[in-house]
Design a protein around this ligand. Structure first.
Ligand code: HEM
Length: 287
């Protein structure tokens, strides 16, 4: 860690002591995650005051965001960008699979986000490890909890995006749908938003940053680079596969710059702090 924070490490351990780094996320994936983060926080900050409109903090927050009208505008801009990011992501997944000549890799194999039998085994083994009844399991490219986070957002997009579009364009949709659908959409949108905010700001943040192995901040999604000890320690099966397939050297990259790590710390830390405040406010308002 001392080496990682010093910013003096050199690529590939050229100095003999510096840690090696491997590419985990492409620049496009990092940009998409950044937009998803920004737009999610934007939607949450501008939507929550509507749910808790009778609470003083909600009125203050809405005022800071330009009143309920200004907040509504920000909400729609964030929602639009979020939908664009989601559609681009789905297109990218298909494009990569088709360009790689193997559509099945979307559904199957270690790079797939689709849950496999191995994930069930990993859950069992990890829970055994939690209670001291077995060794720590080894993971491949994606752990079962990362897949869970992914699908929570993926399906959530259809529910929150679909209901949100109904609320956004009621005149258009009223030509196609019965009136009661709008009441359902309003209910579903608010409840799903609470679920999404509750999940992302607790489970996702805990998995990403607050586990003992990651605490207090994992900047891999900001830098795109994973240090060798983490790849070997947390994703040993992926590391072994990369060695076996002769892909390790090609995946090696320069260490993250000092600036990119601080950027990750500042942006990740701000999101984490906002998330914790939002959870405290929700819990305080509900009880
Ligand atoms: C992704 C596409 C989304 C669309 C198209 C969308 C659209 C909308 C619209 C049109 C409204 C009514 C706002 C108003 O009248 O000013 C609304 C309300 C709301 N939105 Fe979204 N939204 C989206 C995503 C999100 C997300 C990701 C969250 C939370 C993380 C969220 C949370 C809320 C909340 C809490 C409300 C208030 C609901 C209520 O009054 O019960 N929205 N949304």
């Amino acid at each position: 860690m001392a080496i990682a924070m010093s910013g003096t490490a050199t690529a590939g351990g050229a100095a003999g002591t510096a840690e090696r780094y491997y590419r985990r996320f492409t620049p496009l994936e990092r940009i998409m995650h950044a937009f998803l983060m920004l737009t999610f926080v934007g939607c949450a900050l501008t939507g929550l005051p509507l749910i808790f409109a009778d609470k003083p903090w909600a009125a203050t927050l809405a005022r800071m965001l330009g009143g309920f009208e200004g907040a509504g505008l920000i909400h729609r801009i964030c929602a639009f960008v979020m939908i664009v990011v989601f559609v681009s992501h789905v297109l990218t997944v298909f494009y990569r699979a088709i360009a790689g000549g193997n559509l099945m890799r979307i559904l199957w194999g270690p790079d797939s986000m689709v849950p496999q039998l191995q994930d069930g085994i990993d859950i069992w083994r990890n829970f055994k490890w939690f209670v001291g009844r077995g060794p720590k399991p080894q993971f491949d490219r994606w752990t079962y909890w990362e897949k869970f986070d992914y699908w929570a957002v993926f399906w959530g997009m259809f529910i929150i995006g679909g209901s949100g579009l109904l609320l956004w364009f009621p005149v258009f949709f009223s030509k196609l749908l019965p009136g009661w659908m709008f009441n359902v959409a309003a209910l579903v949108h608010g409840e799903e938003a609470l679920l999404a905010v509750g999940f992302i700001f607790t489970f996702h943040f805990f998995n990403g940053h607050l586990r003992p192995e990651k605490f207090p901040m994992d900047v891999v999604i900001f830098t795109g680079r994973i240090p060798e000890h983490e790849l070997k320690g947390e994703r040993a099966l992926e590391y072994e596969r990369m060695v076996r397939e002769g892909r390790l050297a090609a995946a090696e990259t320069t260490p993250p710059t000092h600036e990119s790590k601080w950027f990750g710390w500042v942006v990740g830390g701000a999101a984490l702090a906002l998330g914790i405040v939002a959870i405290v406010l929700i819990v305080y308002s509900v009880f």
